[in-house]
Ligand binder design. Structure first.
Ligand code: COA
Length: 278
């Protein structure tokens, strides 16, 4: 990957520097890689890190030349080992706790609502908020060494960054309760069998696999991907009839794009399409 740091002139003025995140951009391939970088604490998410992530997501969302985001954790051991337990220990009561949860939820929902595909490259422990973060992505690749789980009840709390809601929607109500009640750590293969991760790859190949998948998605019509993401994410929350209405509406929006003409012309002319993203 052609790694372009935030110090690079092309991006220096547009993308802030972050203490707890590494941001690599490949503008030619249209891929951004965000690495949670707090390896001495197994990439645990504290408020400062979440605030940085919130800001970075806004910046990435504004880059029209970035079409796919890959999110991973620094080091070989952890994707994200949870919310920062020291911060949870310092929470001052109900309101403080609810605000703590809402802030994390807001940042994670921002990931889910990005109009570009988000690939989670789960390179190790994805526990608590780490598992919840992974659940916000569109496609989850896991290293064969990864371990996922929601161990919050071991600390006297519950998942607060969307785990009780998103996990139940992915694996079903009762399996989610089993995972949350026991706090057990699932190996990557078990997580795959439950549908929590989409693919398990050797740890050494994880980032290459994620980047290769990102490249293949970046070669698709960006607006079509965005519309498909909205159709699926919002449609599953609706009745079938309302979901079909939404699909027809979004299909209509896709037909309005110049990329629809380019995509169909390219097929008929037996050439590669050149997407405009509109
Ligand atoms: N919050 C804050 N710090 C954390 C953390 C978290 N969620 N997870 C790990 N760390 C810190 C440890 O405190 C330790 O810091 P230190 O070196 O300053 O003492 C460092 O990261 C390394 O973790 P350590 O526990 O020593 O590694 P390990 O290999 O023995 O165990 C885990 C790894 C992931 C099993 C263990 O760290 C763990 O259970 N973490 C908490 C997981 C969790 O409950 N997450 C949900 C939080 S709501």
């Amino acid at each position: 990957m052609n790694r372009v740091s935030t110090c690079d002139g092309v991006w220096g003025e547009r993308l802030a520097e972050y203490e707890n995140l590494l941001i690599d951009l490949d503008v030619e391939k249209h891929i951004a890689v965000v690495t949670v970088n707090r390896a001495d604490k197994l990439n645990a998410l504290n408020r400062a890190l979440l605030a940085e992530l919130d800001h970075a997501l806004d910046e990435i969302a504004q880059q029209s030349d970035i079409h796919v985001l890959v999110l991973t954790g620094a080091g070989a051991r952890a994707f994200v080992a949870g919310a920062d337990i020291a911060e949870i220990g310092g929470l001052k009561g109900q309101q403080d706790g609810a605000e703590f949860a809402r802030f994390g939820q807001q940042v994670f929902s921002k990931i889910e609502r990005l109009t570009i595909p988000v690939i989670m490259a789960i390179n190790g422990y994805a526990l608590g908020a780490g598992c919840e973060l992974a659940l916000c992505g569109d496609i989850r690749l896991a290293a064969d060494t990864a371990q996922l789980g929601q161990p919050e009840v071991n600390l006297g709390v519950i998942p607060g960054y969307g785990g009780t809601q998103r996990l139940a929607r992915i694996v079903g109500r009762d399996r989610a309760k089993g995972i949350i009640f026991t706090g057990e750590r699932l190996g990557a293969e078990d997580a795959y069998r439950l549908g929590i991760v989409d693919r398990v790859v050797p740890a050494a190949d994880l980032l290459d696999e994620a980047l290769s998948l990102a490249e293949s998605l970046a070669a698709k019509a960006p607006r079509a991907l965005a519309l498909a993401k909205i159709a699926v994410n919002e449609g599953v929350l609706l009745s079938l009839d309302d979901g079909l209405d939404l699909e027809a509406e979004l299909f209509g929006q896709a037909v309005e794009t110049q990329d629809r003409k380019e995509g169909t012309d390219a097929f008929l002319e037996k050439r590669q399409p050149h997407w405009l993203g509109r």
